[in-house]
Design a protein around this ligand. Structure first.
Ligand code: ADP
Length: 177
């Protein structure tokens, strides 16, 4: 059984992530979506919410193509997390040259630590390639329409947070209180 790990912050999950997950389903039998706890990055959505959003979008995709998809929070080294979940392959998405530089270094360092785990890079469909969670949050905060970038459930979650006028209705939920 081939197990893949697709790690990220998913703050929040976007159509770009969903497209990569769909593509990854043709490569593995089980896909573990590693949701980085990432306290340092100060995520907008707390871990529980990010995991719930990932599961809501991805479990049905997996079911439709016979791949078991699970969300797995992690806070340790990526390569250690991959070993913990018995993944033989790490899936990453590539958007631009800027992603490439970072990923190139990551693969080199990860290989030095564990040469048995391969990293596979996938590109999203052209219409989703430019989407980044950071920009989605900024657009939503300023009252813009993000419905072309994130699934409807995430649009609703952002609207609950920011309100229609783009002003926060309540403080953003962040980890650690
Ligand atoms: P972001 O970089 O948008 O904050 P993550 O850290 O959650 O998102 O990214 C997880 C993985 O998904 C990374 O490999 C990232 O390059 C990839 N990814 C994110 N958005 C896209 C996209 N629009 N197209 C392709 N890959 C993407």
């Amino acid at each position: 059984m081939r197990i893949g790990l697709y790690p990220g912050t998913f703050d929040p999950i976007t159509m770009g992530h969903v497209d990569i997950i769909r593509r990854a389903c043709s490569l593995v039998d089980r896909l573990v979506i590693g949701v980085a706890i990432n306290r340092d990055k100060g995520p907008l959505f707390d871990l529980e919410t990010r995991v719930a959003m990932v599961e809501a979008e991805c479990v049905p995709i997996g079911r439709a193509c016979g791949v078991e998809i699970v969300a797995h929070p992690f806070d340790n080294l990526l390569i250690q997390c991959a070993a913990d979940v018995d993944a033989s392959v790490i899936i990453r998405g590539l958007r631009a040259v800027s992603d490439f530089e970072y990923e190139f270094q990551m693969v080199g360092m990860n290989r030095a630590m564990n040469d048995d785990i391969e990293t596979v890079f996938l590109m999203a469909d052209t219409q989703y390639q430019a989407i980044a969670s950071r920009l989605v949050k900024e657009i939503a905060r300023l009252g813009g329409d993000v419905s072309g970038f994130v699934p409807p459930r995430v649009v609703e979650a952002l609207a609950r947070l920011y309100g229609t006028a783009g002003r926060p209705r309540r403080a953003a939920v962040v980890e650690g209180g």
